[in-house]
Design a binder for this molecule. Sequence first.
Ligand code: T5A
Length: 204
Amino acid sequence: MKRGLFITFEGGEGAGKSTLIDQVSLQLTREGHSILKTREPGGTPLGEQIRKILLQGESMTAEAELCLFLAARAEHINQVIGPALEEGKIVLCDRFNDSSISYQGAARGLGIEKVAEFCNFISQGLKPDLTLCLDISPEKGLARAKARQHHDRIEAETLEFHSRIRQAYLQMHNADPRRFHLIDAEETIPQVCENAMRLIHQHV
Ligand code: T5A
């Protein structure tokens, strides 16, 4: 696959990813870059339908949950991410494989290695060039998320569940610090954005 630049954003609930992606997108567009902003689960008509089932639907087994996230991702890569990268765009993606590894692999207990392998198969080896993970304590992130109108099935999990997600992200940073960067999400929005842009400018 010919490449633009693939940047993913990770973090626990309410960490500030959507806020950051909007700011980064604005700034990169002003600098003259061609941007595609997208999110998971979602980004395609089928992906958006799957998103509703995953976030608003009935409870399901961890295995079913993983398969649904990956079904949405397969469509997303094929229809949206892959073509945009081929056109040379900078793709800003709210969550990708690292979310499945931390949420389903670590927090749901399906196993980090097994889920990583499954993700790699589904995404045909497509890896982000850069991942920015907004690090925040689960207590503070959930408080931010709960202050909003809409709440979903996964956000409503226990504090222990959300703590396992944070631990998994910290491990990912330790395992691959050149790609997977942690950004302190408890700083102000402009400061978080400045820290993210500093890392992005090393790649564009
Ligand atoms: N999931 C996803 C899996 O389990 N497996 C997978 O493979 C994938 C892809 C997605 C859910 O699916 C799970 C993860 C999620 O549980 P979602 O609705 O997209 O659901 O949820 P999130 O991705 O968690 O998005 P959120 O909208 O909940 O959080 P964000 O985008 O991180 O936070 P944001 O930007 O909306 O900010 C939250 C609030 O905080 C404020 C904002 O103004 C907003 O009010 N804020 C700050 N306040 C103070 N200081 C800052 N620096 C702030 N930054 C933002």
